[in-house]
Design a protein around this ligand. Structure first.
Ligand SMILES: Cc1ncc(COP(=O)(O)O)c(C=O)c1O
Length: 368
């Protein structure tokens, strides 16, 4: 061990113990990257032009990204102060958790869900309370409500849930909110909402006027294809968003990111047509997997979840060897982003044999 590998500096032990954020594996040029729920379409020329036009990067950006907030406020029929913009919705999650929960407090969420939640909670000094997903891989909102106690400060609801793809229904969410104390922050993480086709799924913005403790998170990373530029937004009560603003690292949203987001809203019709294509590709892939004998929760994001448990590593390796780089969660399952048409065709060409090789007791296999 060299001098650079060790330190006598007293670091926070809970931070030292954290695993660093694990990004989806990169894929080489001949492979398909289906690890990070990115949008497979190239950026639109108009969006590229808007980024190129922002050349004054010797100057700091507008700290509050006012033009983008005003644009979003108009879209959702709220005041610009009820919109907060961050460098990705993950930054907003971090800010909101920091604003509401600290040492001795707990943050409640369903698990498995978005990988960033546990570490964001630990960084805030708070403690995670995780309620296992139901056997159908959706949130167990009844058990989550039961788990709320005097230490709970934040509840995160993720719909569609990453990585299982399930949604919370409007009625389930309303029933949940009816029993959640109003002094507890509820974050509805809707990073994949634009891909949802299920009519009764919850949709946060329409509920904001009803709940003074609800914040809705959305992002330009997925449906709008701006993952690399880092821009997401929160909609909610001004007092909560102001507290989040106070925890933010200033000036994180670049002028280029804000311009790209506005140009994407200008090109929404075209971008939402791409979303429709991805959702249709997702549904076709899900139907074929189901026909082959897979048990896959009905996906509502831009990804699928195969609950392959002990067969996870082997199947992920087999797919990887065929040029499909997927996200595997050891002994739990595999998340596959909906990518290029050819990637999905390659996948379906392999999955019939893979499901046959699964043990008859595998949860990824239909019974009978
Ligand atoms: C459920 C969920 N929320 C939030 C995010 C963060 O997205 P971003 O920070 O790119 O907006 C992701 C990204 O994968 C996600 O899956």
């Amino acid at each position: 061990m060299s001098l650079f590998d060790r330190t006598t500096v007293r670091l926070r032990p809970e931070i030292v113990a954290l695993a660093a954020y694990k990004q989806g594996k990169p894929a080489d040029a001949s492979a398909y990257k289906l690890t990070s729920n990115e949008n497979p379409f190239d950026p639109l020329p108009g969006v590229i032009a808007a980024v190129r036009a922002e050349t004054s990067f010797n100057r700091y950006p507008d700290a509050s990204a006012l033009s983008l907030r005003e644009r979003l406020a108009g879209q959702y029929g709220v005041d610009a102060n009820q919109v907060h913009v961050g460098s990705g919705s993950v930054a907003l999650l971090a800010q909101l958790i920091l604003a509401a929960a600290g040492p001795g407090d707990t943050v409640l969420y369903s698990w498995r869900s978005f990988e960033a939640y546990p570490s964001l909670v630990s960084v805030a000094g708070a403690t995670s309370v995780c309620i296992p997903n139901r056997p159908d891989h959706g949130h167990d909102l009844l058990k989550m409500a039961d788990a709320i106690d005097e230490d709970t400060r934040v509840v995160i609801v993720c719909s569609p849930n990453n990585p299982t793809g399930t949604v919370v229904s409007h009625d389930e969410f309303e029933a949940f909110m009816a029993v959640v104390p109003s002094n507890l922050l509820v974050i509805l993480d809707e990073a994949y909402t634009e891909f949802v086709t299920e009519a009764n799924a919850v949709s946060g913005p329409g509920l904001l006027s009803r709940y003074s403790n609800l914040v809705v998170l959305r992002t330009f990373s997925k449906a709008y294809g701006l993952a690399g530029l880092r821009v997401g937004y929160a909609l909610g009560p001004v007092a909560i968003l102001n507290a989040a603003r106070s925890t933010a690292i200033p000036l994180s949203v670049t002028a280029q990111a804000a311009a790209a987001a506005i140009a994407s809203l200008d090109a929404e019709t075209e971008l939402l047509e791409r979303v429709r294509i991805i959702a249709a590709r997702r549904d076709a892939t899900w139907h074929e997997l189901t026909r082959q004998g897979w048990m896959v929760p009905r996906p509502q994001g831009n990804f699928l979840w195969l609950p392959t448990e002990s067969a996870t590593a082997q199947i992920a390796d087999t797919l990887g060897a065929a040029g499909l780089v997927v996200r595997s969660f050891v002994n739990e399952g595999i998340r596959i982003s909906i990518g290029e048409e050819r990637a999905m065709a390659t996948l379906l060409g392999m999955t019939a044999d893979l499901v046959d090789a699964l043990g008859s007791d595998s949860p990824a296999r239909q019974i009978g």
